[in-house]
Design a protein around this ligand. Structure first.
Ligand SMILES: O=C(O)CCC(=O)C(=O)O
Length: 258
């Protein structure tokens, strides 16, 4: 991790922009998705087609049965994804900055593509957990050549749901791969052993720190039951020479290649 990688003012700019995007977003656009009897299929569809869009994802149980929100939308959104780095000018400028190109080169990604971006809110009191996983499970490349950049836009502590990781866990190989089959998404299992979660260590960081995550590093975050939010922006970069399979969940339309 690199402390002070993002200036205070830049963190605040990204936060303000995310808040503006949420203000402009009308949840009525998605009510039908979260209120029909087909909810699971439509929710999956909303996620699985978001690779080249800016979409809003909600905390679990954010909706009433009629599809309306239980709490104000500003407090109900879990994250925004997955193409902020392409479609939003403020996030694009940050994501394509010289500083980030140099950081990528510094960790061996001489030539890389920006695959995915997420703005994660980890809301006060209700911010949900992210269970232990390896990013290569979801963003698989051959060979494995992916890095996650996790920018803390606020201080992240054990109380407000910081990241946790298993030191050295990236040397233990890939456990699962999430693939598209004709009908649905499925996990291909390479190793069925549960994660040794007792080995997790908290990555408490100050605002402006970037955490670099190897695609095979097992990591997670716990719920946020504190009164403080924990905003973060993440980017996933893949090596330009690596093969990106057509059965990964995240696909881009032909008119918006990587
Ligand atoms: O920010 C979080 O709480 C988890 C993010 C994460 O695990 C990821 O981006 O892969």
């Amino acid at each position: 991790m690199l402390e002070g990688f993002v200036d205070e003012s830049e963190c605040d700019l990204l936060r303000a922009r995310a808040e503006e995007l949420v203000r402009e977003f009308d949840p009525a656009e998605v009510v039908s998705i979260f209120s029909t009897r087909e909810q699971n299929r439509l929710t999956d569809e909303y996620f699985l087609t978001s690779g080249d869009k800016i979409r809003f994802f909600f905390e679990e149980n954010a909706f009433n049965p009629d599809g309306t929100l239980k709490y104000e939308k500003e407090k109900s959104i879990n994250k925004i994804g997955h193409a902020l780095h392409d479609l939003d000018p403020i996030f694009a400028r940050f994501s394509r900055s010289q500083k980030i190109k140099e950081l990528a080169k510094g960790i061996g990604l001489e030539k890389s593509y920006l695959l995915q971006s997420m703005y994660i809110f980890k809301q006060p009191n209700i911010g949900g957990e992210v269970t232990c996983h390896q990013d290569s499970t979801f963003l698989y490349t051959e060979p494995i050549d992916i890095a996650g950049l996790w920018f803390a836009l606020e201080d992240a502590t054990v109380e407000n749901g910081c990241l946790w990781a298993i030191p050295g866990g990236h040397r233990r190989g890939l456990k699962l791969r999430w693939r598209r089959t004709r009908e649905k998404m499925e996990f291909e299992v390479f190793d069925n052993e549960p994660w040794p979660e007792e080995e997790l260590v908290p990555l408490e960081v100050s605002k402006g720190t970037v955490i670099l995550l190897h695609g095979l590093l097992p990591h997670r975050s716990f719920e946020n039951r504190s009164p403080r939010s924990r905003h973060a922006y993440t980017l996933h970069l893949i090596g330009a020479e690596a093969t990106y399979p057509a059965d990964n969940w995240l696909q881009r339309s032909e008119i918006m290649p990587l």
